[in-house]
Design a protein around this ligand. Structure first.
Ligand code: MZP
Length: 503
């Protein structure tokens, strides 16, 4: 007879945190959200940590370069999806690594013979009002001057005239040479009261533009996650099929962290792939494994595959139908608690700490807080990020509201059969994910700021200042259905729910 694990599969929704003593030092400002992402010993401590405990799912509708840049700037990391060609994925990694915070490669360039109408159209297309005028009308060509909206009047000047008659020439600009530090460039902008500083090489070719507004942006992102060379941090996923070539291409492109992406990571294929990467590239490269939902699987990946962190979660994703299709999975809270207990046991035995990531099914900031309290070191989210401006999809409108498309990697649309198959011949024959829309939620940075403010506040209520303490001191209580009802508003007419008289 099969073994019946008799405890019920629990979800985060079924728990609440109890407050602990909040002392005067427990203020949101004092809370550190740093989360280790690499296995480490107690004495060494974590060499590499996320500055906030958020990573984005390795999914086509989620983790492209724009989102990866936005998330690293807030202190987390994206995992660039692997359901694409090896070169395409490596190129996305390269784009993130080459993004120089503050140094922007000009995307609006024209030659002096272009017309004012060309400039107006370009401005409409890019949304940028600073146009570099270069000899060939391309970046990396000899810089001749800059055209901004102050140089001409769109509704007064003859738009058929060439921009050579309007742009501000080099002699009147403040410039800096390639190699200038961001601080040096900022000083020049400030001293000369300029909005934009072009950076040129020795031959006079345009390399970058530095903008005043980016300085303020940089200042407002103190948690930015970077590597040793101050380049933004980025992760990438890979499968257990073409991992040899893929890992090489991703590492050559500068990836900081790899994660084996499988709907069921408790397999010999995963252990083999992880061991290969470790043997080829050593301890320096961070390797994540998963997904798993049991303590046995955790032990297996940690001992047989030598992974740095383990991702927990099967069947809980917002677009996932694995549980319906195959009857496989586990309530996410039960999975996290079971694996976290094993992680702590392993730490006691071997003095090695292996971080765990709760992946999928996090529907609110509250659930993120409960996941962290229960033992997750960080969380991976798909829907949360798919909803943001920076996800790779276009916004659409439906009944007057903005949405973004979001589809599972196991859907027919993504065709990521490697994530769900055990063998090469066994290509996706039934779907495990759906194709959907999610409400548009604005810019990633604003959304993350709100979520992290709530996590910090909850940690202060519990009386802890970092995630390790959160794991050790959090006390949670199970809730009844009536507790949930009691937690909502009651016997009041909520203003935002009263139908307006304008219909
Ligand atoms: P969520 O944050 O949207 O709830 O879940 C995202 C997670 O769902 C991903 O990180 C991945 O583990 C999982 N996922 C992605 N595609 C599918 C699918 O098509 C899936 N079934 O389950």
């Amino acid at each position: 007879m099969a073994i019946i694990v008799d405890d019920i599969s629990r979800t985060f929704h079924e728990y609440l945190l109890l407050p602990g003593l909040t002392t005067k030092e427990h203020t949101p400002h004092n809370v550190s959200l740093k989360a280790s992402i690499q296995r480490h010993t107690a004495s060494e401590g974590a060499k590499i940590s996320l500055n906030i405990p958020f990573v984005s799912a390795a999914m086509q509708a989620v983790s492209g370069p724009e989102l990866a840049i936005a998330l690293a700037r807030k202190g987390g990391s994206a995992f660039i999806f692997c359901s694409q060609g090896i070169e395409e994925q490596a190129e996305m990694v390269r784009l993130v690594k080459e993004h120089k915070a503050g140094f922007v490669e000009s995307d609006s360039n024209l030659s002096p013979d272009a017309s004012l109408l060309d400039a107006v159209n370009l401005r409409k297309r890019t949304g940028h009002s600073t146009i570099a005028v270069t000899e060939r009308g391309e970046p990396n060509s000899k810089l001749l001057g800059i055209l901004t909206s102050k140089d001409f009047w769109e509704f007064k000047d003859d738009l058929s005239r060439p921009i050579r008659e309007f742009y501000t020439p080099l002699e009147k600009l403040v410039l800096a040479q390639e190699g200038v530090t961001l601080q040096g460039a900022t000083e020049l902008l400030w001293k000369n009261k300029k909005e934009c500083l072009p950076i040129i090489d020795k031959a006079g070719n345009l390399k970058y533009l530095v903008f005043r507004r980016d300085y303020f942006d940089h200042k407002s992102n103190p948690d930015e996650l970077t590597d040793n060379e101050k380049r933004l941090f980025v992760g990438a996923a890979l499968n257990t099929f073409d991992y040899k070539e893929r890992a090489k291409a991703l590492i050559d492109a500068g990836v900081d962290c790899l994660c084996l992406d499988s709907s069921d990571g408790y397999t010999e294929w995963q252990a083999e792939a992880a061991r290969h990467i470790r043997k080829e590239y050593g301890k320096e490269i961070i390797i994540g494994g998963g997904n798993i939902v049991t303590k046995e699987a955790f032990r297996y990946l940690v001992e047989s595959a030598d992974v740095d962190f383990v991702k927990v979660g099967i069947g809980g994703g917002s677009i996932c139908i694995t549980r319906e299709q195959k009857g496989i999975g586990r309530g996410q809270a039960s999975a996290v608690m079971d694996v976290a207990a094993e992680r702590d046991k392993y730490f006691k035995e071997k003095k090695i700490y292996v971080p765990i990531c709760s992946d999928g099914g996090l529907n609110s900031d509250t659930q993120v807080i409960i996941a962290l309290a229960m033992g997750a070191d960080f969380v991976m989210m798909g829907k949360y990020f798919a909803m943001t401006e920076e996800s790779p999809t276009n916004k659409i409108t439906y009944r007057g509201r903005l949405y973004k498309p979001y589809w599972g990697e196991g859907s027919n649309r993504a065709k990521n059969w490697q994530r769900y198959s055990q063998s090469d011949s066994d290509k996706l024959s039934f779907e495990e994910g759906v194709d959907a829309f999610v409400p548009y939620s604005g810019r990633l940075g604003d959304k993350v700021d709100i979520s992290t403010a709530k996590i910090r506040a909850a940690m202060c209520n519990v009386g802890v200042l970092n995630i390790k303490e959160f794991h050790e001191k959090a006390r949670l209580t199970r809730v009844s259905e009536m507790t949930l009802v009691e937690g909502g508003t009651s016997t009041v007419e909520q203003l935002d729910r009263i139908p307006s008289d304008r219909g």
